[in-house]
Design a protein around this ligand. Sequence first.
Ligand SMILES: [Zn+2]
Length: 390
Amino acid sequence: MPILQVLPNVILTRIVFMPPFEMRFAQLLVSALASSSLWLKNCATDCRRRHMMRREWPRLGLQTIPLIRRLGLVCVVAIAPSVSSAEGDVKPGRKVAITFDDLPYAGAIGQGEGALPPNEVVALNTRIQKVLKRYAAPAIGFVVEQSAEKMGAQSRPLLKLWTVDDFTLGNHSYSHADTNKIDLASIEDEIVRGEVSIRPLMYDAGRPLRFMRFPMNHTGDSVAKRSGIQAILERLGYISAASTIDTSDYVFERAYGVALVRKDGHCAERIRRGYIEYSSMQIDYYTKLSQEVLGYAPPEIALLHLNRINADSMEDILKLYVDRGFQFVSLEEAQKDQAYLGELGFISRFGPMWGYRWARERGIKVNGKLEPEPPQWLSDYVANEVGRCQ
Ligand SMILES: [Zn+2]
């Protein structure tokens, strides 16, 4: 980008910190400079490479950053606004990994009211796996060891099913404890006790136990906590499992469960269809977010839970990806992409999808309010004794 190299430093400095009107002017300026799509492509590539190398930029004073690195920031300014407004096409040939949290079942297991008996938990898992196999979709199931304990003798043969074919297991902690609320020693304890069932099963299957997904995606709410967590993972041989597409399935599952208890078949189906519609919007939202923030389309990672609404919707969910030209890959394959390599620089007490984390690390502003919300009628349906499902 030779033409940018002649811009005075003062202009570049102002571009980064300017108010909205001037920002718009800067965008027009940069757009004008980008007289060919090739230039923009090169720009995005440069941004990516430089930000991979220097995630700490946003915390540095601009005066300390050489001109060539500031040019990387200009690239960011140029692509950032389109995050919230672009309606770009999803390209064919993209990849997605399907992941499930809270195995064996994301709910109470047992004989009590509202709990699912172990044999029904087995049926739920096998129904999901059957559809995944039909679509040749590899999947990983993240196990909460305490839930496996509660399930009793049937948990082991069930989890074993997740160690064959294109299925694999990951660790989701012992008790689904929130890492924000416990110290590093307790976090390590949660990880180690979370291996009781899955470590021997994976060993017997001749497969490495590689992935740890923290409950609520809480990966460290302070620099010390995040670094400590990273050190524990490295010591125990784990990779932190990422996720890029959240479809709030647990919100729909709650309403779905209420409809099933009420024996309200009409609303159960309405909720299920609402879930598919919302998933469709979320897939589009998050894939555009990833693409705009990174400047390319990384393999996506869908975060689902092992629950009833997914068991009853698996085919529809997978079709959403197939219709968009996605190819299903394993989590391991997805996380080989450069976007997932290296230490997580993101610090927050929340557990957002990786698109938001990448944006934050790169100093790209994203208006999260533009993310679609699950429909209001869902919670109304749950709250009202005689619920209406729109
Ligand atoms: Zn979970």
